[in-house]
Design a protein around this ligand. Structure first.
Ligand SMILES: *Cc1c(COP(=O)(O)O)cnc(C)c1O
Ligand code: SF4
Length: 358
């Protein structure tokens, strides 16, 4: 197997023939690959984590197209235009998605290390029906002219697929802007292509500076984490980059208590701090990955809060066009009045604490 990340990208597993070197392809998978017009593929490294014989393997389900993608009963058409407020009055470059006053998402690239079947940006990244113009210079100029922006979230596609030189340039330009206080990079590569974390990358985006860089990755199942992941995360941290996780709640992949708890414990063991769990968004063609909205809160109630380390607790959120809406469990307060609150813990035990009137 090829070790350098650019070799991994050149050798993407994205044909039936390549895939058969890793797994026994099922009839359904074969038919979906042959008939659906969709982009799919994975790094050879991530493909090597697939279960050879189980089509329900969480890695296979995230990577290999499924005939179920043709069904769209609950998804919203033109989802991304709605979600990213692209049809609103504020004039912004295509690369800038805005839901908040002080921070924006800046899309810099349209390619990924794997093409997640559940991607909420599927129309743009996977099916490529939506054509946008991602001009980095135009985006930088817009950010420079907006002093209220203090936090830039660089996203894609997968921004860490840019070369070290381009990343160093991008981070350097943002760091020169006096109003920018922090930079975040959303990237699945620490999980799907840990080989990307090289000395060159560390130089390009790490190091001590007034403006820190944070990475949020996406890991949805404990099987996605290996020794290589742990080493890559350690390397990122060694140059000052904190790594968080944004999981997506996926039916049949991580929506049971045991898997959900193991995922969050294993992330912490790998030095990745769980940040968000997202409700799987109503993008078209991903109905089969979606659970009822309450599910994420139930998993936190039954599997995480109180049941394991506090640092392992993500915030469960619904991402919408008006921002992220927290949907945490609501069993904690059983009664309240002027004098006291009655609160409940994870075991169902209650206690009271005195309230302070205003
Ligand atoms: C998710 C998102 C952010 C960042 O939200 P946080 O809650 O600060 O992590 C900012 N802008 C857009 C458009 C987003 O989708
Ligand atoms: S890596 Fe992110 S942007 Fe790319 S396909 Fe997966 S979820 Fe979508």
């Amino acid at each position: 197997m090829t070790e350098h990340w650019t070799e991994q990208m050149k050798n993407q597993v994205n044909t039936l023939e390549e895939l058969t070197k890793y797994i026994n392809v099922s009839d359904g998978e074969r038919e979906a690959i042959e008939t659906l017009k969709t982009k799919w593929g994975t790094s050879p490294y991530f493909a090597s984590l697939m279960d050879k014989n189980d089509p329900n393997c969480p890695i296979r389900r995230q990577v290999i197209p499924s005939l179920e993608e043709q069904t769209n009963t609950y998804g919203m058409d033109n989802y991304l235009v709605w979600k990213e407020n692209r049809a609103t009055e504020e004039i912004r470059p295509d690369s800038i998605a805005r839901q908040y006053h002080d921070r924006i998402a800046f899309t810099v690239v349209q390619v990924c290390g794997i093409y997640c079947r559940h991607c909420f940006r599927k129309e743009l990244v996977v099916d490529q029906d939506l054509q946008l113009n991602f001009d980095v210079e135009e985006g930088l100029a817009w950010i420079a002219e907006h002093p209220e922006i203090r936090d830039v979230l660089i996203t894609g596609g997968d921004p860490l697929l840019l070369s070290d030189e381009k990343l160093a340039y991008l981070i350097g330009r943002l760091r020169e802007m006096p109003h920018i206080q922090m930079i975040r990079i959303g990237s699945r590569l620490p999980i799907v292509l840990p080989q990307r974390v090289t000395e060159g990358l560390k130089k390009a985006i790490g190091g001590y500076h007034r403006v820190p860089v944070w990475i949020n990755t996406q890991c949805n199942h404990p099987k996605e984490i290996t020794e290589k992941t742990a080493q890559a995360i350690y390397e990122l941290m060694s140059c000052g980059i904190n790594v968080g996780n944004q999981a997506v709640l996926l039916k049949g992949i991580n929506d049971d208590v045991d898997t959900f708890r193991e995922l969050h414990q294993k992330l912490l063991r790998t030095r990745i701090r769980p940040y968000y769990v997202f409700y799987c968004e109503p993008a078209p063609g991903i109905d089969h990955f979606r659970t009822p909205v309450e599910k994420g809160a139930e998993l936190i109630r039954d599997g995480l809060r109180g049941h394991t380390t506090g640092l392992a607790q993500p915030m469960y959120v619904l991402a919408t066009k008006i921002g992220k809406i927290p949907l945490m469990p609501d069993y904690y307060i059983t009664d309240k009045n002027q004098k006291e609150y009655t609160v409940r813990n994870y075991k169902g035990e209650t206690t009271t604490i005195p309230n302070v009137p205003e």
